[in-house]
Design a protein around this ligand. Structure first.
Ligand SMILES: Nc1ncnc2c1ncn2[C@@H]1O[C@H](COP(=O)(O)OP(=O)(O)OP(=O)(O)O)[C@@H](O)[C@H]1O
Length: 346
């Protein structure tokens, strides 16, 4: 059974179309992460599934049932936002149990569900505290706990960790991953963070300007992006793109490759981590080091090539300095090729 299905979902505000006909089939129990540049419509999509926004056309189903006209509280979804939105005058227990009280769930059952959620989030000792006496990370755990006890069919997370510092972020990320394993619930999750996307997702949706660019596993998106946008968006530092029209080196790489229609290649892509330092006679490219960033376990070289194209190289070899000549290739020939329409040639 599908957890969530979107059929031709369009969302427009006063003539501006934000979501341009989204089609998605998300399996029950799947963890799907939504990524894309700011303003591409990620939050809008979450809000339409939650029922906080009406869609302009199309169909949204949860567990096989069309919910276009179902009010938010009856959709079986629970949303966790970046801002925790806790009631300041209620303690953790009351914040978590509030929605169940409104639904007139019996007290004993409420208690059992709160205790269970608190235990799975290691918050049992915090139940009497007011939100103002909690850290940011603890507040976000309460917000997640409040979603859990509603036992929704679908969890919607809209950048839930972006207010937390780096350390807490990675701890809470691990908790969310454990929670997903434990609850086996369908989870839809928006983030700007590549590490969160790549580590949490069963599959990732890449959105640009309200259009789904690709929907696939982290591995598929990294190794086999469908187009230039996805190739440039997934991976950090970003993939290097070199135009064949302006680079004999790029033309040579295409010539030596085993793709069929060599003439159709407009752009050659290569990830910074797939570039190796080499000897002059083995080089695909020769350039000059413009800047070096030392990041401990590796360095990033910013290099200008002879045609003034800039290229980023990630390497564990840290001996080069600004102004040095650099010889580089991709020993494993891990190149990507794109045509005139920026589509990947695979
Ligand atoms: N109520 C509204 N009325 C008009 N336009 C809106 C409204 N809500 C959102 N938008 C527009 O819709 C577009 C998508 O916004 P949305 O918040 O979904 O993007 P996002 O991908 O979540 O961005 P971010 O990553 O910055 O949070 C933006 O251009 C935004 O200005």
């Amino acid at each position: 059974m599908l957890g969530v299905e979107l059929k031709n979902v369009v969302k427009a505000y006063e003539g501006t179309t934000i979501i341009q006909g989204a089609n998605l089939q998300i399996k029950k129990g799947e963890f799907v992460v939504f990524v894309g540049p700011s303003g591409c419509g990620k939050s809008t999509l979450m809000r339409t599934i939650a029922g906080l926004e009406e869609i302009t056309s199309g169909e949204i189903s949860i567990h096989g049932e069309v919910i276009n006209d179902t009010p938010p509280s009856k959709r079986g979804v629970a949303m966790v936002f970046q801002s925790y939105a806790l009631y300041p005058h209620m303690n953790v227990y009351d914040n978590m149990s509030f929605s169940l009280k409104l639904q007139k769930v019996p007290k004993a059952e409420i208690d059992q569900r709160v205790q269970k959620a608190a235990k799975s989030l290691q918050m049992t000792n915090l139940l009497d505290r007011l939100p103002k006496n909690l850290s940011g990370g603890q507040r976000q755990r309460v917000a997640i706990g409040r979603a859990i006890i509603r036992e929704p069919k679908v969890f919607l997370f809209d950048e839930p960790l972006s207010n937390l510092d780096a350390n807490l972020r990675s701890n809470t990320r691990i908790e969310i991953a454990k929670l997903h394993k434990h609850l086996e619930a369908t989870m839809l999750y928006v983030t700007h963070d590549q590490v969160e996307a790549m580590t949490l997702a069963d599959r990732i949706v890449v959105l640009n300007k309200g259009v789904i660019q690709q929907f696939g596993s982290p591995d598929e998106l990294y190794n086999s992006p469908d187009n230039l946008f996805v190739a440039g968006f997934i991976g950090s530092p970003k993939m290097n793109f070199i135009e064949t029209s302006n680079s004999n080196e790029a033309k040579n790489i295409v010539e030596k490759s085993d793709i069929d229609n060599k003439a159709s290649v407009k752009t050659v892509g290569v990830r910074p981590e797939h570039i190796d330092l080499c000897q002059r006679d083995e080089a695909d490219f020769t350039g000059t080091v413009d800047l070096v960033e030392h990041l401990g376990e590796y360095v990033i070289y910013y290099v200008s090539l002879s045609n003034e194209q800039l290229i980023t190289v990630k390497s564990v070899q840290d001996h080069l300095k600004v102004g040095d000549e650099i010889f580089i290739n991709s020993a494993d020939k891990r190149f990507y090729f794109f045509d005139n329409d920026d589509k990947a040639i695979k």
